[in-house]
Design a protein around this ligand. Structure first.
Ligand SMILES: [Cu+2]
Length: 744
């Protein structure tokens, strides 16, 4: 009783001080947990973590934060722009995952999802990445069916004595030969015993990369604005600048207030699998978080706001070729996103056995998507309104109970309830011509105010049979409501449809106001065998299956109006781009993740050698018609040999990926061939200096990543046949990379 009263009091105090707020800043709470509560490792144990050291070693070879997750069991990537890959967990990607950056639920504000959550935190700023595949606890979930990714920047550090001013920082630079990629990063911080100030900045830029082997897509070289050189992959260049300021205030011992401001400016990012490029992306984020430790447990509160202004246009490798468009010089598209959130979470240790987590969240999201007129033809004289004042608001509450019954059994049970409210205003096309007007009229007459009531459940148990054997198993029911484009993209004219594309397949999409939320029922089991010290060897095997009701997929459309490409021919085409409408279907995903590690050799003289392997298998099926789901990673594996001697590390890595033959016929998905890549890496840490060097794709193989989508990187990409159908986006050829980092 006493505990509950104190909790209530603290909640009231927190709520009445509007400035004090919360992020589910996992890293901070974990730290405090370790200091004060000394709680046992929480469920699920099978989550994957990347520490600062892991991330440091990878920074010089990638500027794309999502790619840091590559190689973790169950994780793959939809490749897209050079900074904006979309992580996939066991076949489920994008909005199907809950991705939090410093506790903020960020949302992609673009009809091509060019600015996904992880693109907002640069690789040098991210300090910790946690992946909860599949059955994530309700306390880190919500409005997602595939799992959770938490990306956190470094928590503030304070000095230990009143007369000491703590100052430190880091400066670094990298260079990668393929695409001439280069960048720098700098951080500097100063702190007293109770106040900390930190600045963090980074830049990265790259030209188009070259594919391995020999790449030259036929059919569109004559209309290149600037002819590409041999093997050059169009629309893969990028340029980014990130700045962040973090303030930390220790209110008392174990009571921390953090204020973070981050500004991102991407003046250019090409898209090899979309018909437009990112011409500019500016975002500002403010985030105020409180984290406190009490004798009953932990309290987190946060309030945040993120505003994005996103612009698309044709980059250097794309162009407009339409004389019929009235010599339009290009096609400006703008998107503005405004995202505000509030969350509260308490973790209560009631006794040795029981730990409770309760929480609430609110999110208010607004999106405007509009395309200004261009030229004097079809895109004239009005602004095309794609999404008018789109609203997507979430209100959620959850309760979770974790119990340590004895040395062998641990359980976790959670329930989460969310209401998602959506709406969008009236729209119109560039003009009153038949093809825009009838679709706009139908949309404007429809009932677009939607309210989804979503219930999530998680049940997990862990059985430790011996020091060498643990089993973790569970069930989750997870729900995701449609996003604004899936519900409200309205035009069935060919060109606007080709600009609504969240997957990079080159096809055209139209929304569906009658979509229902998707509900996944997931079962999984993780068996973990290892030596008693967990140092020598380990094998982890996780089979899983997920039945998804009302999975938001797409079906070809046939009943478009005048000039629409939703026609009879669209229904039967097997070798061209197609036009689809989002639809609920029944789906099933299943597979297994395996990871194996073994110490192979050890001597004082030569150091240690460890072998590791990760093998992923996943299948995705449409239960209604037997088709395969789109963009499902074929069987893939990564084998590595790691040599460590003192602070010197050498790695040889084999990446083996099978051919993708299980393709989605509805989208005319393209097959990809199997391939094997070899990467070589070495890293050395010498006092405060870290130097990395390596070769990616050492044998310069030509390959296409299975989830890289359709190549639309060069030519008159906006017209349906301005790009040849059937070309996949080639991956990067051989690249030498080097990076240096100095901590002071
Ligand atoms: Cu975009």
């Amino acid at each position: 009783m006493k505990t509950n009263k104190r909790l209530l009091l603290n909640l009231i105090i927190t709520l009445t001080i509007p400035c004090i707020a919360h992020a589910e800043t996992q890293s901070v709470s974990t730290e405090l947990e370790k200091v004060i509560v000394a709680a046992p490792e929480s469920l699920p144990n099978s989550k994957a973590d990347l520490s600062q050291d892991d991330i440091n070693a990878m920074q010089s070879r990638t500027s794309d934060t999502a790619t840091l997750l590559k190689g973790l069991p169950g994780v793959s990537l939809y490749s897209s722009g050079g900074l904006s890959s979309l992580p996939v967990i066991r076949g489920l990607a994008d909005d199907r995952l809950r991705i939090k950056v410093d506790g903020m639920d960020l949302i992609s504000a673009c009809s091509n999802h060019m600015n996904p959550p992880l693109s907002y935190i640069s690789t040098d700023r991210v300090n910790e990445l946690k992946v909860y595949p599949g059955i994530s606890p309700v306390s880190v979930g919500g409005d997602s069916i595939g799992g959770t990714i938490l990306a956190d920047s470094k928590k503030p550090e304070f000095s230990n004595s009143p007369d000491q001013l703590l100052t430190n920082g880091e400066v670094g630079a990298f260079y990668r030969s393929n695409g001439d990629a280069r960048g720098t990063n700098l951080s500097a911080s100063m702190a007293t015993q109770s106040f900390s100030l930190k600045y963090n900045g980074s830049t990265a830029k790259a030209n188009n990369y070259d594919a391995g082997g020999n790449f030259k897509p036929a059919g569109n070289t004559a209309i290149d604005r600037a002819p590409l050189s041999a093997d050059e992959v169009g629309s893969t260049a990028y340029k980014t600048r990130n700045n962040a300021i973090d303030l930390g205030l220790k209110l008392a011992e174990h009571h921390l207030l953090q204020f973070r401001f981050a500004h991102q400016d991407i003046p250019e990012q090409g898209w090899p699998n979309q018909r437009m490029d990112m011409a500019n992306n500016r975002s500002n984020q403010v985030n105020l978080a409180y984290n406190g430790d009490f004798d009953w447990g932990i309290l987190d509160a946060s309030i945040y706001r993120e505003k994005t202004h996103h612009k698309m246009q044709f980059g250097e490798d794309k162009q407009f070729f339409y004389a019929m468009m009235g010599n339009a010089p290009g096609m400006p598209m703008e998107t503005e996103g405004d995202n505000r959130g509030l969350s509260l979470k308490a973790e209560i240790m009631s006794n040795e056995r029981d730990l409770y987590r309760i929480g609430a969240m609110m999110q208010r999201y607004r999106l405007d998507d509009y395309w200004e007129p261009s030229g004097s033809g079809m895109m004239f004289p009005n602004t095309f309104i794609s999404i008018n004042n789109g609203e997507r608001d979430r209100y959620g509450v959850f309760a979770e109970w974790e119990a340590n019954w004895n040395a062998q059994w641990m359980t976790l049970a959670g329930i989460r309830y969310e209401t998602v409210k959506m709406n969008a205003g009236d729209v119109h096309g560039y003009n009153g011509n038949g093809m825009y007007q009838s679709d706009a009229d139908a949309f404007n007459d429809s009932d677009r105010s939607k309210r989804d009531n979503n219930l999530d459940l998680t049940l997990l148990a862990k059985f430790t049979r011996s020091a060498m054997e643990t089993y973790e198993f569970g069930y989750a029911r997870k729900t995701r409501s449609p996003n604004l484009y899936e519900r409200y993209a309205w035009s069935k004219a060919g060109m606007p449809m080709r600009l609504i594309n969240l997957t990079g397949d080159g096809n055209g999409y139209v929304g569906n106001v009658n979509l229902d939320p998707e509900i996944a029922h997931t079962f999984s089991l993780t068996a973990d065998w290892h030596d008693a010290e967990q140092k020598d060897w380990g094998i982890t095997v996780t089979p899983y299956i997920s039945y998804v009701d009302d999975f938001i997929d797409a079906e070809r459309c046939s009943s478009g109006g005048m000039m629409s490409l939703c026609n009879a021919d669209n229904l039967t085409r097997t070798n061209g781009f197609v036009y689809l409408q989002y639809q609920n279907i029944s789906a099933k995903l299943y597979g297994v993740d395996v990871s194996i590690g073994k110490q192979l050799y050890q001597s004082n003289h030569l150091g240690a050698v460890r072998g590791e392997a990760v093998i992923n298998y996943v299948r995705g099926k449409n239960r209604d018609n037997g088709d395969n789901l789109y963009n499902i990673m074929p069987l893939n594996s990564k084998f590595s040999l790691q040599h460590t001697k003192g602070s010197w590390q050498n790695t040889i890595e084999w990446e083996l990926v099978s051919a993708k033959n299980n393709i989605n016929e509805e989208r005319n998905e393209q097959q990809t061939s199997g391939y094997g890549l070899v990467h070589l890496r070495t890293g050395y840490q010498w006092n405060n200096i870290r130097i990395d060097f390596g070769i990616e794709n050492a044998f310069d193989k030509l390959y296409s990543e299975p989830l890289g989508g359709a190549y639309t990187g060069q030519g008159t990409t906006l017209s349906e046949n301005g790009v040849p159908w059937g070309v996949t986006v080639p991956g990067m050829g051989r690249s030498f990379y080097t990076g240096i980092n100095y901590q002071f």
